[in-house]
Ligand binder design. Structure first.
Ligand code: 1Q0
Length: 215
């Protein structure tokens, strides 16, 4: 397969990754979670240079987690649950303020977890939208309801500007590489509950351990 083909976004593929990240015991496999995000980054990269700063951050976060997975402590990073236990038991997390572990697995995954909430809200809006609805507005509203609360002014402004350049709904559906608009809506109908489940499991785990505000 040509390189450019490898780089092409495929919604189905992203869905598969998020699907396989749930174990029968509802543990979340970090490897598949990360590959879901890597798939999304492909889409982000096809949207133009205004999204570059977002893509860069997402790549860096996925890389941090992959590095943990490949390290000698790798087995502890197999699932989100085992990572949380390992890092907390060994005091590898800066809990109150940034210290010697500014890139712990827990705080890194928390950033992606918050972004997953945005994704869930955005896709639900997209799924129930009408042909003339503006993707930029759907994206902005989903962002304001979720991630924006965790971002400083400059990032909120830059994100807001990038959203304006999003393709219109039919073109956006095209980029998703699924098929007809009806097929996109159908796949989104499967994607949203799945993302919701992954989000909820992580949210409860982080809440239980008081990790939702990690610096
Ligand atoms: C389709 C448009 C995509 C718009 C993405 C919206 C999210 C905006 C996020 C702006 C992030 C700005 C970059 C830096 C942020 C960091 O400061 C922040 C905190 O980290 P730290 O280390 O400074 O404490 N990082 C984050 O909040 C993580 C952000 C990760 C964003 C990952 C977005 C990946 C998006 C993929 C495109 C999805 C397209 C959806 C449709 C596809 C259908 C399945």
């Amino acid at each position: 397969m040509a390189d450019s083909e490898n780089q092409k976004f495929c919604l189905q593929e992203v869905l598969e990754s998020f699907k396989s990240c749930l174990s029968p015991e509802k543990e979340i496999y970090i490897e598949h979670y990360v590959s879901g995000w890597k798939g999304l980054v492909k889409l982000l990269n096809s949207l133009g240079s205004l999204f570059g700063f977002i893509s860069k951050d997402a790549v860096s976060k996925t890389q941090i987690l992959m590095n943990f997975l490949k390290s000698e402590n790798g087995p502890h990073y197999a699932t989100v649950q085992s990572m949380v236990k390992f890092e907390l038991d060994n005091k590898l997390v800066d809990v109150d303020k940034k210290g010697i572990y500014p890139e712990s697995g827990c705080r890194t995954l928390l950033r992606l977890h918050r972004a997953l909430r945005w994704l869930q809200l955005f896709l639900e809006r997209l799924r129930t939208s009408k042909e003339d609805d503006k993707t930029s507005v759907m994206c902005r509203d989903a962002y304001n309801e979720s991630l924006a609360q965790h971002h400083p002014w400059l990032i909120r402004k830059s994100a807001g500007m990038a959203f304006y350049s999003l393709p219109v709904r039919p073109a956006f559906f095209e980029v998703m590489n699924v098929g007809t608009p009806e097929q996109v809506v159908d796949v989104l109908g499967k994607a949203v509950p799945l993302l919701c489940e992954v989000y909820q499991i992580t949210e409860e785990l982080y809440q239980k351990h008081n990790l939702l505000d990690l610096p």
